[in-house]
Design a protein around this ligand. Structure first.
Ligand SMILES: Nc1ncnc2c1ncn2[C@@H]1O[C@H](COP(=O)(O)OP(=O)(O)OP(=O)(O)O)[C@@H](O)[C@H]1O
Ligand SMILES: [Mg+2]
Length: 377
């Protein structure tokens, strides 16, 4: 802001109401930080403020007065004005968009332009240099791309040793089960193998979360749809939880999936989706039984995951499907708040729906419904 001393004395003495409206408009245009110009019906400047001249690298407005606005764009950009922007301008009386301006020294810069037509074919033009904004956008895109690449590489690299680690732990778990009758109960080998299984499962789920998140953020959640039996898939996932024990070992899992329920979808994505719902039910299930049902409801493949745990308050039910949203604050429950966001994205990619039925302390039921499968020929 100018202090009163900086304002020319003769202006300070005047009240704005004493200016004719036209005069005020010109004063406002002069004071504007955006470049503003008026061109006649031949495209020659009849007025421009100093900012308009400076943005194109000219020392003063007088250098451009009477000249055509065409000198401020290169041939390629002019062709775009002729073929795309001007037809829209003549049609609607207004055009607003981005263009590349040409400075006096021959360099170019990105700009935001707004053009309005006068009744006599003249133009009023407002221009803003958006180089800084574009530079910030570019560096954000670059750093986000670099971060996504790092996440993808790190996750893939971690998966290989984890698979080897998991197979050794599985082997050890089987051996411990066989040797159980000969082991002292104080040896606690079963507890130790369960802890190792739990750590493995958490690491795998973390890596999958990283991978799913980076794919979703990059818009790379590509589908490789196949026909498969949802009941069988759920049974396989539950069997892995049961064999590996771990976090949910204290919650019994009951599966009701008596019939094959065929559907089309991306197996891997759906496995992650189902695992996320089951691991939530086990984590927040308060040690009580978790029931999983697979059925065709009105011909639509449906999966219901029901627990009797801590529940979710009505206030939080909408937001928990958002990224990093959690409804628990207790450090008892580890988590990143990404699981349900991934679940929702995967279901959306499969054109399905998810319904949540819960309340504080009353347990939680998630119902996932997929579209009725098309008949396969
Ligand atoms: N079955 C459930 N019972 C009670 N609360 C749940 C249940 N499922 C989800 N929530 C609530 O919703 C929140 C979001 O779930 P989400 O799976 O996205 O994240 P998380 O479990 O906290 O972490 P992670 O990303 O590791 O899965 C949870 O923090 C929890 O508050
Ligand atoms: Mg979760």
């Amino acid at each position: 802001m100018h202090s009163t001393e900086q304002v020319p004395h003769h202006l300070f003495q005047l009240q704005s109401s004493q200016f004719p409206a036209e005069c005020i408009q010109y004063a406002a245009m002069e004071a504007s930080m955006d470049g503003m110009a008026i061109a006649d019906s031949n495209g020659h400047y009849t007025y421009l403020n100093e900012a308009h001249a400076h943005v194109y690298g000219y020392a003063s407005a007088s250098e451009l007065l009477g000249k055509s606005w065409n000198i401020l764009y290169d041939a390629h950009e002019l062709a775009k004005f002729q073929s795309q922007h001007m037809p829209l301008l003549w049609k609607t009386g207004r055009w607003r968009g981005e263009a590349i301006g040409l400075r006096k020294d021959g360099t170019t810069f990105p700009q935001e332009v707004s053009l309005t037509v006068f009744g006599d074919g003249g133009l009023i033009c407002v221009v803003r240099d958006i180089s800084a904004q574009k530079q910030i956008e570019r560096s954000l895109i670059e750093s986000s791309a670099a971060m996504q690449t790092l996440v993808s590489i790190a996750s893939h690299e971690l998966k290989n040793p984890l698979t080897v680690f998991q197979s050794y732990i599985d082997l050890l778990t089987r051996r411990v089960a066989l040797l159980a009758p000969r082991l002292e109960s104080s040896d606690n080998f079963d507890v130790l193998t369960r802890c190792a299984q739990d750590a493995c499962a958490r690491m795998r789920s973390c890596i999958n979360t990283f991978l799913d998140t980076s794919r979703i953020v990059e818009g790379r959640l590509t589908m490789e749809p196949e026909r498969f039996d949802l009941s069988e898939k759920v049974r396989t996932i539950v069997a892995q939880y049961a064999f590996q024990g771990g976090a949910g070992a204290q919650c019994p899992i009951l599966v009701h999936a008596p019939e094959p329920i065929f559907m089309r979808g991306d197996r891997l994505q759906l496995r992650h989706m189902i695992s996320n719902l089951i691991s939530n039910a086990l984590k927040y299930g308060d040690g009580k039984p978790v029931e999983i049902t697979v059925a065709a409801v009105n011909g639509k493949p449906t999966l219901v995951v029901k627990d009797q745990g801590i529940g979710i308050s009505t206030d939080s039910q909408q937001r928990i499907f958002g990224r990093f949203e959690r409804a628990v604050t207790s450090s008892r429950f580890e988590g990143s708040g990404l699981g349900l966001w991934i679940v929702a994205q995967i279901i959306e990619a499969h054109e399905g729906t998810i319904e949540l039925n819960s309340g504080s302390g009353t347990g939680t039921t998630f119902t996932v419904t997929f579209p009725r499968p098309q008949l396969e020929h």
